[in-house]
Structures are given as structure tokens and as C-alpha cells.
Design a protein around this ligand. Structure first.
Ligand SMILES: [Zn+2]
Length: 437
């Protein structure tokens, strides 16, 4: 296992080399912006030597609330650094898949038995985050770091908001409805359904699912916290349902965390909660992560800014950046879930992922050969990943009841184009943030 300092340095050095666009700055020339930084570092072990390289990197701490979600689905719901970083990593893997098909990838190699590709034995992946993941891993540390008056103010805002608002919850099938048929005004409060809490509500409850935190006086989000998502990756792997047609489950080896590091909470939130799952599909397993604290500060974290400027009132940065090592000069800047300088009608679907549909039927894995890739939707291709879907169902049924699922209407875009299309008489939407998750 590489040292925490080496993993953090690989990400921070790469971050420093990227252009300023999309990075935190002084807002109005006065208030410093802060953000969260996440990176995935590839380690290639050869004998006693280790070669570290940051291959995916993102910043961000914003998440769209339900009413901010565009009706066409063409925006990223969740722009937290960890989630965008995994998105950058998936983009990286699509490029590696192309290289592997040509016999040129140093990361993936073919596996004859399954017809898919697998990660080479010598390669491991490590996640760095400048601040502990939102949700279960950081509730205690966050609470301890918050002054009493700020905590009281938040509680008061929260109560006022809850008295005047309600959320749409469909408790019958365990999911929150977001479509036109959502039952309005059903329930509110800390417990929105069994096992699920809204953001930081009921902070003392440990080991529970939480939606992404939003301002105490704002509408809730429909995205699961980063703690919950990382725990899910520790069972289903980093690839997601679509890429799982091509690549065998691929897991993180460890996590290096900057601010709010709490070893016990990280162990519980990311690893212990998923232990004991049985009968997973071949290749899938529950993963124990190696957890380390980063000794190097990230200069644009809230804690670093407050330390350097105790009188400053830091404000959370609106923009996110997304970068991967296979496109080193291409830095995506994302605000309000949209890629800057990129036509909204093009959606947010990876161009690389479209290549999935472009290969000949012979080159498709068995699980996709029965599907007409010209007219297939993203949701249909995901559903055809039966091993992945089976494991997800086992995880949600046995450990994560209450998980908020992506509304199906956000996955009805054509995989070949990623753009709005009419298919089978229905108006199709562009991809959402949850594409690729
Ligand atoms: Zn988060």
C-alpha cells in the first residue's frame, strides 16, 4: 500500500498543474471560495517499486435539488467531488477499453473465460479525498467541528423549513417518486423512509443511509450521500452497470482522507455496513478498504482557508472541474450540473461511452448481443447487465433498504447518440447525472 503522503501528493500535484478555470477563487475579490478535491491514483507495482499516477480528478460540493432537475434530464444531479471523480475514472476506463482491444492497455487485459477484460494484477486504484465523505463517514467529525451557535441556527432553519414544506415519498415500493405520478405531501421529518435520513438530520443516528446534505432551509436532494455511494462501489465495483458488460468488477484498494478524518466512522460507513452479503454474482465481493489520513493539506479546503485567514468567511465554490489522464489537456468545468461551453442539447453523456454502441455485434459481449444497439436505451443496456443488477438488488434488499433509485425516465436516452430521441412512441430524455452509475 503506497503511503498516504504519496497518494495525496500525486493528486495535489496534478491539481496544481491544471488551469485556473473552474477552481476556487476570491468571490467579489473578498470572500474565498472553498471546495472538495477527489482523485483516483493508479499504482503499478513491479517488484519492490511502485509507480503512482493520478488518472482521474474532480472538485465539487454541489448537488441539484429535486426542483432544480431539468425536465429533459440533461444535467448532472450530483457534482460532489467523489462522484465526479468516479465519472472521470469511467471515462478513463472507456479509453483503456479501446486500447485493450488493440492490445495496448497497461491497465486492462483480456480474460478468455468470460470474454471480458480485467484489471491487471499489478495495478491497484486508490481514492484521495480532501475531506471525509458526506453522510455516515463524516457525521461525527462534522458535528464536533461545528460551533454550538452554528448548530443551533441550522436546527432552527431546518425546523422552519420542515413546517412549511413536504416531500414526495412513495413508501410502497421503497423509492422516492419524482415523476408526475408522485404522491404529494406524504411525509416529512428526519425519517423519510425506513433506514433513510435526509442530509444531516438526526445526526446522532449512525450507520444509516443519508441523502446528500443541502442547506438546512432548502429542499432535499434525491442523491445518496458519498458515504453511501462509496460503500456501494465496494460491492458492485467502480464500473457501473454499462461498463460491467465489458470489464470484470474492479475495486478501490484504499482511501486517503484529508479533513474530518475519523477512522472508526470511515470503517463503519464504507466497509462494515456491507459485510456479510452472500450469494453475490461471480467476480463480485465485499471490499475492505485500507484507510489512511492525508498529512498534506489541500489549500482550498474550508479548514485550510480558515487556518490561513481566520477572519475570512469562506463560501462554497459553485463550479466543479473534471479531468482524466487519457485527455490531459481537456478539463471540463461544470456549473449547475451543466458542462460549460457545451451545448445543453448534447446532454452530458460520455462520448466515449457512445463507442459502446459503435462496435460490431461480434465484438459485443454476450450479454449485449441480443440487443439492437442502434435503438437501445441506456436503461435497457443497464438492465441487461444481469450479474450487476442481481448484486445491486441483493445489496439494496439486505443492507441498503431505502436507497433512492434513479427515476427510470432519466435513463431512456438512446445509447448510440445520447441525445433526445423518439423511441417506441415515447419522448426520450437526455442522460442524467446518474448515467454511468
Ligand atoms: Zn459528498
Amino acid at each position: 500500500m503506497p503511503a498516504a503522503s504519496a497518494i495525496a501528493a500525486a493528486v495535489l500535484d496534478r491539481y496544481d498543474k491544471l488551469p485556473k478555470k473552474g477552481k476556487p477563487a476570491l468571490r467579489g475579490g473578498k470572500r474565498p471560495e472553498w471546495t472538495v478535491l477527489a482523485g483516483i491514483v493508479k499504482n503499478v507495482a513491479q517488484g519492490d517499486t511502485e509507480e503512482l499516477e493520478c488518472i482521474a480528478l474532480s472538485t465539487g460540493l454541489k448537488c441539484l435539488s429535486k426542483s432544480q432537475l431539468p425536465s429533459d434530464g440533461g444535467a448532472l444531479h450530483d457534482s460532489h467531488a467523489e462522484v465526479l471523480c468516479r465519472r472521470a475514472f469511467i471515462k478513463y476506463l472507456y479509453s483503456e477499453l479501446e486500447l485493450a482491444r488493440a492490445g495496448k492497455s497497461k491497465v486492462l487485459e483480456p480474460r478468455k473465460e468470460t470474454g471480458r477484460f480485467k484489471c491487471r494484477e499489478s495495478v491497484t486504484f486508490h481514492l484521495y479525498i480532501s475531506q471525509s465523505a458526506c453522510g455516515d463517514a463524516s457525521m461525527g467529525a462534522l458535528e464536533r467541528s461545528q460551533p454550538e451557535d452554528a448548530r443551533a441556527e441550522n436546527e432552527s432553519k431546518k425546523r422552519k423549513w420542515e413546517e412549511s414544506n413536504m416531500v414526495d415519498v412513495d413508501r410502497a415500493d421503497g423509492t422516492i417518486s419524482t415523476g408526475q405520478d408522485a404522491r404529494p405531501n406524504v411525509v416529512l421529518g428526519d425519517l423519510i423512509q425506513p433506514g433513510l435520513r435526509r442530509g444531516r438530520n438526526d445526526y446522532a443516528a449512525l450507520g444509516v443511509l443519508r441523502t446528500k446534505p443541502a442547506r438546512a432551509d432548502a429542499e432535499m436532494t434525491l442523491s445518496m450521500s458519498c458515504s453511501d455511494k462509496i460503500a456501494k462501489w465496494n460491492v458492485l465495483g467502480l464500473c457501473g452497470a454499462l461498463l460491467s458488460h465489458f470489464i470484470e468488477p474492479l475495486y478501490l484498494k484504499g482511501i486517503t482522507v484529508g479533513d474530518l478524518y475519523d477512522h472508526v466512522a470511515l470503517q463503519r460507513a464504507l466497509c462494515d455496513r456491507i459485510e456479510g452479503l452472500k450469494d453475490l454474482s461471480p467476480g463480485y465481493r465485499t471490499t475492505q478498504l485500507e484507510l489512511q489520513a492525508s498529512p498534506i493539506p489541500y489549500n482550498w479546503s474550508k479548514a485550510s482557508i480558515l487556518q490561513a485567514h481566520p477572519d475570512a468567511k469562506p463560501v462554497s465554490g459553485d463550479a466543479s472541474i473534471l479531468w482524466d489522464a487519457n485527455y490531459p489537456i481537456d478539463v471540463e468545468v461544470i456549473t449547475q450540473g451543466r458542462k460549460q461551453g457545451f451545448a445543453a442539447k448534447k446532454g452530458v453523456w460520455h462520448e466515449k461511452a457512445r463507442a459502446v454502441a459503435a462496435v460490431s455485434v461480434k465484438a459485443l459481449p454476450e450479454t449485449l448481443r441480443e440487443i439492437d444497439m442502434c435503438s437501445a436505451t441506456y436503461g435497457e443496456c443497464k438492465a441487461a447487465s444481469t450479474d450487476y443488477r442481481r448484486c445491486r438488488d441483493i445489496l439494496l434488499r439486505h443492507k441498503f433498504m431505502g436507497w433512492v433509485l434513479t427515476p427510470p425516465e432519466h435513463e431512456r436516452f438512446l445509447i448510440a447518440t445520447g441525445t433526445a430521441q423518439i423511441v417506441r412512441g415515447k419522448s426520450q430524455t437526455r442522460p442524467s447525472s446518474t448515467s454511468g452509475t
